[in-house]
Design a protein around this ligand. Structure first.
Ligand code: NAD
Length: 309
């Protein structure tokens, strides 16, 4: 396989201007910005994209996803058409870790209600027993890959009691106890924060639903920075309405953008961010580094890094 030209699909503009990525790669390969929903991919050997288009199946040798989650891509069809898919796993740990730290601080230090009051020009301090500190609060991180480890780092620095859930159950530095997914209920039962950092696959679809919310503390905060369908969103709304859990910080949703009529917008104790937990001004540079590295691997006839298919 030889890659002499790369298309950057307009869809990356959700995260950074396509021109930035083009300019970061032009010294090593021909790069053009295209709209893969309309333009032909014929002149290009590879595409860097956020969206998936069926035209990728016939057009290119290699697709690089600027996201870590590749649940939108049809793995079987890609295999059939011998199209390689790589993802951007590995670049989001710091950004998402800091975002999750921000969520936890917003709840503990009552910044969430303060910001909501500010928009109403209301001076309303929390009641004496409303605020707390994060030190020694238990934080259960479900999924200990790139995101999970970035969250472990920040949560540990804030003095939280960090536990985790990992398929292997193997121990990990900074995590006091690691459970396997079979013990999910035990892991979440006493946790103030339950943070989801798993990929969306069959086993993680609706991983958190009615039974899991019932197993959680009634003052627990659910944090989802993984993918929307990892949480049964209707069950979450029910749990929040019934006070079965205390609140949620949500970056991802079953439907995105979150529809205007979603009840999630209205809860006092829900913090919503628009799928931007991993955003950083360095995002395009991090993607460019991955693409460059893989171009070197391709030249050397080596296996690609972050190869999914
Ligand atoms: P990663 O591949 O580095 O790590 C995922 C980890 O989850 C792996 O260690 C895997 O073994 C583990 N896992 C899989 N199924 C599990 C289960 N049932 N229980 C426990 N662990 C399980 O990926 P990552 O970069 O950490 O990203 C994880 C997911 O987060 C992505 O697939 C993506 O959907 C999402 N993500 C969201 C954002 C955002 O901006 N909100 C940014 C990056 C990634």
């Amino acid at each position: 396989m030889e890659i002499s030209s790369i298309a950057v699909d307009e869809s990356v503009s959700t995260v950074f201007p396509p021109e930035q990525l083009r300019d970061a790669l032009v010294d090593i390969v021909d790069v053009m910005i295209i709209d893969a929903g309309v333009d032909s991919l014929e002149p290009y050997d590879a595409v860097v994209t956020m969206a998936y288009h069926d035209s990728y199946l016939e057009g290119v040798y290699w697709i690089h996803s600027i996201q870590a989650g590749v649940d939108r891509f049809p793995f079987d069809e890609l295999r059939e058409h011998e199209v390689i898919l790589t993802n951007s796993s590995g670049i989001h740990g710091s950004a998402v870790g800091e975002t999750v730290a921000g969520y936890m601080l917003s709840f503990a230090r009552r910044l969430l209600p303060a910001v909501k009051s500010q928009t109403q020009r209301e001076w309303s301090p929390p009641t004496w027993d409303d605020a707390y500190t994060l030190a020694d609060e238990r934080c259960c991180i479900v999924g200990l890959g790139t995101l999970g480890r970035g969250i472990v780092k920040q949560a540990s620095a804030l003095g939280l009691d960090v536990i985790g859930v990992r398929r292997s159950g193997e121990s990990l530095n900074g995590v006091r106890t690691v459970y396997t997914p079979d013990d999910l209920h035990t892991a979440i039962r006493e946790s103030k924060f339950v943070v989801l950092a798993v990929p969306l696959v069959d086993e993680t679809h609706h991983l958190m639903s009615t039974e899991e919310f019932a197993a959680m503390r009634d003052d627990a905060i659910l944090i989802n920075v993984a993918r929307g369908p990892v949480v049964d969103q209707d069950a979450l709304v029910d749990a929040l309405e019934a006070g079965i859990i205390g609140g949620a910080a949500l970056d991802v949703f079953e439907a995105e953008p979150l529809p205007k009529d979603s009840p999630l917008w209205d809860f006092e104790e829900v913090l919503i961010t628009p799928h931007c937990a991993g955003f950083t001004e360095d995002y395009y540079r991090n993607v460019a580094d991955l693409v460059r590295e893989n171009l070197v691997h391709i030249d050397a006839g080596e296996e690609l890094i972050n190869k999914i298919v």
